[in-house]
Design a protein around this ligand. Structure first.
Ligand code: FE2
Length: 296
């Protein structure tokens, strides 16, 4: 087992998105523009309605996938495919914008905590102008493995119980599979909660690029501290090992297969060339961004 070191670490900056929602952005800033196949990670988290109530009114996307994971709160999603989705605490939504989607994401609460993540995952060139698609999972649909000191929600890919994490549910060495199918990147997405000083250990295919984002508490990777709101790029190796700090740790571990193509981004459009970006801007202006309305 070759444990991956932390190759780079960036701390979140607060940015205003949508109609004035404050988000913590790490990936997708000047510190790290992208981490193939990932383009952006926003962590929204606030108990102040002024910071989220305006939501994300109608806006376009083309050329990639958005994956939204709600930790707390309730948002309603509507899109040009005709989907109406309820994003509830513990639920997830995978939306392949591909050739073009216009959608809104609006809070369905006027007080209380709103917390979650939006990850942008790139698409290979051959998929960028394909038809949009949509998967939505309520909290009960996402497998959860609970054991002494560890709770893992398996959104995508596999979670493998091992000698450090005896899995009472599935038995030693058993595998739990997530529900989100991201066919282009072999996505792995785990939401992990560790009790204080608990060790988390997982194999992670050396061909996948990955990161850890700590959203509560803190952790250590070897001697490297992973404080709250830090985004840590995993270096070369075939395993991940973290130890929770004295207050425990909550983090997401995300990995995917790099696409290895040029990335040209302009706001909500991510293509392979400037010409394709200019086409997307023309299409949006002319009202022809949305080519397919059918839900796949
Ligand atoms: Fe969006």
């Amino acid at each position: 087992m070759n444990i991956r070191p932390i190759q780079q670490q960036i701390n979140a900056i607060a940015v205003s998105e949508g109609a004035g929602v404050t988000v913590h952005r790490t990936l997708g800033t000047s510190a790290l523009k992208n981490l193939d196949p990932f383009l952006m990670l926003d962590h929204f988290g606030s108990d102040d309605p002024d910071e989220y109530i305006a939501g994300f009114p109608d806006h376009p996307h083309r050329g990639f996938v958005t994956l939204t994971y709600m930790l707390d709160g309730h948002m309603e999603h509507r899109d040009s495919m005709g989907n109406r989705g309820d994003l509830r605490a513990g639920g997830a939504q995978w939306m392949k914008a591909a050739s073009g989607v216009i959608h809104s994401e609006m809070p369905q609460q006027s007080n209380g905590l709103m917390r979650g993540f939006q990850l942008w995952i790139n698409l290979p060139a051959r998929e960028k102008m394909s038809d949009p698609a949509y998967q939505e999972f309520g909290p009960e649909a996402i497998p959860e493995v609970v054991d002494a000191g560890v709770r893992v929600r398996v959104l995508a890919g596999e979670y493998l119980a091992n000698e450090n994490v005896a899995n009472e549910y599935a038995g030693q060495g058993a595998t739990t599979r997530g529900v989100i199918d991201d066919p282009h990147t072999d996505l792995r997405y785990l939401d992990v909660r560790l009790e204080p000083a608990t060790v988390f250990s997982q194999p992670l295919d050396a061909a996948l690029r990955g990161f850890v984002y700590v959203y509560a508490g803190n952790a250590l990777a070897g001697r490297q501290a992973l404080p709250q709101h830090s985004f840590s790029v995993l270096g070369a190796g075939d395993a991940v090992q973290l130890v929770a700090g004295p207050a425990g740790a909550r983090f997401i571990l995300v990995a995917g297969r790099p696409i290895g193509e040029a990335v040209v981004q302009y706001g909500p459009f991510v293509m392979n060339s400037r010409d394709e970006i200019e086409q997307a801007m023309r299409d949006y202006r002319d009202g022809t961004l949305v080519r397919a309305k059918a839900t796949v």
